[in-house]
Write a protein that binds this ligand. Structure first.
Ligand code: FAD
Length: 432
């Protein structure tokens, strides 16, 4: 098994549960992948902001299996949007009424069409049309230009106008099924003590069932040999009858490309994704009253401000205010690899623009993280490119974020698809 993120560990749990010996190789020093944590104020905190929605029922089910369902706290969250040089409440009916950039007719079209989208069950009408086109036609150009367009631009950069409507439809569809709304906005779920509690419990269960998890040792190459495989890692090599790669597509290609057929390689080569950089500021002041602040302004150097301690009490982090500065950047953007200080120099004036009282002296510590592969980009016709879990080489399997469709990636789906990967392998082994 390659990758000790949630998908890889979940597959390992199901396979060891059936008595199969599994070895998980992980590049990072620890488990959890994109959901891994650092310690802040003596408390673990995700390096990339995380919460779950009430529609994430597989996550909740799985947490229950590990004895942790009761540890998910469902707390109110306040959402805002920065546009036209000021902050606006966003995400509740009352806030929409007060939202200045849209006129009454635009607001009505926005509400009616969003309600219809949330009731639509069939993805087909949304799969081959860009969201920019669909929104302009059904909600009006103002809604695209002032709301969705800038948000898509922050997330998908030059692909913003091409992203398929199916991606937005499914997000709205699932949010419409979010059951716990309050006057203070949607209730979101957070694991008391961080989501790492689930990852750690999962890793421990895999080991109890006989699995081996080897961290800090990346797989460098997978080779066919003697009816099975030789898995080369930086530290050595191992024999395996079957290999499941539970990692992003570029990592899969790097270690397994010679095992794949040309048609398979060319389809995988068409899949696109953005990377992400995320800066965490520990501060002695709060920046805004919001947990989640969308930045719908192309002149701003980041796409979102997530003030974790406007959602989770800051007392848990030694009284610190914790702010994530989120920025999705394409793989060819030099900012993806820029050092922390360069990124902070770019960000700090923009933070002052949002809150004129902000002072760099508020920052008591900062951390900077990068994910080369953070978010698949779903373009029209995406369904036809989704790689199957069984590779063309018998015995080689893939479980990756790019397979998640029409839903967007998330911990819930990493677990679900990890289970599906294990089911596929068990079926091939003659088990059901
Ligand atoms: C900015 C950001 C915010 C997010 N917010 C949320 C949120 O609020 N809620 C939510 O549910 N989800 C969120 N997610 C998504 C969530 O973190 C992921 O969907 C989930 O963790 C993916 O799990 P995975 O196992 O599929 O992949 P990954 O976590 O990417 O795991 C793959 C693993 O494979 C390892 N690997 C790769 N190549 C090799 C190799 N050659 N050898 C050994 N190991 C290798 C990697 O190191 C990694 O640990 C967010 C993600 C990002 C980037």
């Amino acid at each position: 098994m390659v990758g000790a993120g949630l998908a890889g560990l979940t597959a390992a749990l199901r396979l060891t549960g059936k008595g199969y010996p599994v070895r998980v190789q992980e590049r990072y020093p620890g488990t959890g992948g994109l959901a891994r944590v650092v310690e802040i104020g003596g408390e673990p905190l995700e390096v990339f902001y995380h919460h779950v929605f009430t529609s994430d029922t597989d996550y909740v089910r799985f947490a229950g299996e590990l004895g942790l369902a009761g540890e998910i706290e469902w707390l109110p969250s306040r959402m805002g949007i920065w546009t036209r040089g000021r902050l606006w409440d966003f995400g509740t009916p009352a806030s929409l009424l007060r939202f200045g950039p849209l006129g009454l007719v635009d607001k009505l079209r926005f509400v009616v069409s969003t309600l219809l989208l949330q009731r639509a069950e069939d993805p087909a009408p949304f799969e081959d049309v860009p969201a920019s086109e669909w929104i302009r036609r059904h909600q009006g150009s103002r809604v695209w230009d002032d709301v969705w367009g800038p948000l898509f631009h922050q997330k998908f950069d030059r692909y913003a106008d091409q992203v398929a409507m199916v991606w937005l439809w499914r997000k709205l569809y699932l949010r419409g099924r979010s059951r716990t709304r309050s006057g203070m906005g949607e209730r979101l779920g957070y694991m008391r003590g961080s989501f790492d509690r689930l990852t750690s419990a999962l890793a421990a269960r895999v080991q109890e069932q006989g699995g081996v998890i080897h961290t800090g040792d990346p797989v460098t190459r997978i080779e066919r040999s003697g009816g099975g495989f030789t898995v080369h890692t930086r530290a050595g090599e191992h024999r395996a009858d079957l290999v499941l790669v539970a990692a992003p597509v570029p990592d899969y290609l790097e270690i397994a490309a010679p095992l794949l057929e040309p048609a398979e390689l060319s389809r995988l080569g068409e899949l696109k994704a953005t990377g992400a950089i995320c800066t965490i500021l520990e501060m002695d002041h709060s920046l805004t009253p919001y947990y989640w602040l969308n930045i719908a302004d192309p002149d701003m150097p980041f796409g979102g401000l997530i003030e974790h301690t406007n959602y989770i009490p800051r007392e848990r982090y030694g009284g610190r205010h914790i702010l994530y500065i989120s920025n999705y950047v394409l793989p060819d953007d030099p900012l993806l690899h820029a050092p922390k200080n360069e990124v902070l120099d770019l960000y700090l004036p923009a933070l002052r623009h949002i809150n004129p009282a902000f002072d760099a002296g508020w920052i008591t510590a900062s951390h900077h993280f990068r994910a080369d592969y953070a978010q698949p980009i779903v373009l029209p016709g995406y369904r036809r490119l989704i790689p199957p879990m069984r590779a063309s080489t018998p015995g080689l399997y893939l479980c990756t974020m790019a397979q998640i469709y029409p839903e967007d990636r998330g911990q819930n789906y990493a677990i679900l698809y990890g289970e599906r990967a294990a089911e596929t392998i068990l079926k091939d082994l003659g088990q059901h």
